[in-house]
Design a protein around this ligand. Structure first.
Ligand code: ADP
Length: 318
């Protein structure tokens, strides 16, 4: 039985890697995609995770398959398609490691995921399904993602959602908003950044914004990621801030995914339902997640750079 299934985009990030002797910009090729990163973070820690997605029949599709396998992710639901090339994203990093993206030929292979590709029996018997809103930017992947989420909900599987707002990738903002709200309607766990929360709720007060979302959507656990400041969480009846770790960040790609993978790992390891978790348990889990997120920012890339339990423990104890 699988612990966690992630559904959604898997792609190659081309990350800036300085300039050649002749002055041309160079790029490193890093496998990524938020749900793929979450699956990799989980399996690096020892959970059984799988990804449901599609790659192109090209060298990048094979690279993604191999990198996922190398991280321990079950790739039996990552199929090759002739319909499109593997999604390729160019990452632009600013001085403090924050990034923006541009794409080579969208829609890519992962947007061609179909409902028939969704393994309903595997979803029914897993412990948690993770999804984001980016796999809902195009059909048929949007319907396929919704099919998986509805099956998980009906089967009582824990649902984890990351809105992952990237408006540049949506045809229009209304459609983006609609899909993000759709996701929040089904989420048991919502991982959201400070900027996303402020965009959705119209307030920059994370306590007020998260309370509004919890009341509106009945989400059991909301975690707001605050970059180097760590995170804020809200469960029914308790909330609090958990400080982050001081590191020298060089590339923040995948920090939120590592953070979420670590948190899901700890929640499943604990085994209690979310409403039973004490504030002490929440702080311990989120400290682990903050350390996982921080470690990823000290490395280039995401999918292949997820931290191990030992690395996280060392960071917490140092
Ligand atoms: P997202 O990637 O979802 O936008 P963040 O950038 O807030 O989210 O990063 C997710 C988590 O990773 C943070 O909550 C924090 O634990 C960790 N993190 C991110 N950036 C840093 C940083 N510069 N220093 C230390 N920890 C970081």
């Amino acid at each position: 039985m699988l612990d966690v299934i992630a559904i959604g985009e898997v792609l190659i990030d081309f990350t800036p890697a300085g300039r050649s002797a002749g002055g041309n910009e160079q790029f490193e090729c890093n496998p990524g995609g938020a749900p793929a990163n979450v699956a990799a973070a989980l399996s690096r820690l020892g959970a059984k995770s799988a990804l449901i997605s599609k790659v192109g029949e090209d060298q990048f599709g094979s690279l993604l398959h191999n990198t996922l396998l190398g991280s321990g992710v079950d790739v039996s639901e990552v199929s090759y398609t002739k319909e499109a090339s593997t999604t390729l994203a160019f990452v632009h990093l600013d001085d403090i490691g924050d990034r923006s993206f541009s794409f080579f030929r969208k829609p890519g292979a992962d947007t061609f995921l179909q409902s028939e590709d969704v393994p309903l029996e595997r979803i029914e018997s897993c412990k948690a399904l993770h999804f984001g809103s980016l796999s809902m930017t195009h059909e048929p992947a949007r319907t396929a993602t919704k099919t998986a989420v509805l099956k998980a909900k009906e089967s009582g599987v824990l649902l984890s959602f990351d809105p992952n707002i990237r408006f540049a990738l949506w045809k229009n903002r209304e459609e983006a908003r609609e899909n993000i709200f759709w996701g929040m309607n089904y989420a048991d766990i919502l991982k959201i950044s400070e900027e996303e929360l402020s965009f959705i709720t119209g307030t920059s007060d994370v306590e007020k914004g998260s309370l509004e979302l919890q009341q509106q959507f009945d989400i059991k656990l909301i975690v707001v990621t605050l970059a180097d400041k760590g995170c804020y969480y809200r469960l029914a009846g308790q909330d609090g801030y958990v400080p982050g770790f001081k590191v020298k960040a060089i590339d923040t790609t995948g920090a939120g995914d590592a953070f979420l993978g670590c948190l899901l790992y700890k929640i499943l390891e604990n085994g209690s339902s979310l409403h039973e978790l004490t504030s002490q348990q929440m702080i311990s889990m989120l400290t682990f997640a903050n350390a996982g997120g921080a470690l990823v920012t000290t490395r280039k890339g995401a999918l292949g750079s997820m931290p191990t339990t030992d690395e996280i423990t060392r960071m917490i104890e140092s």
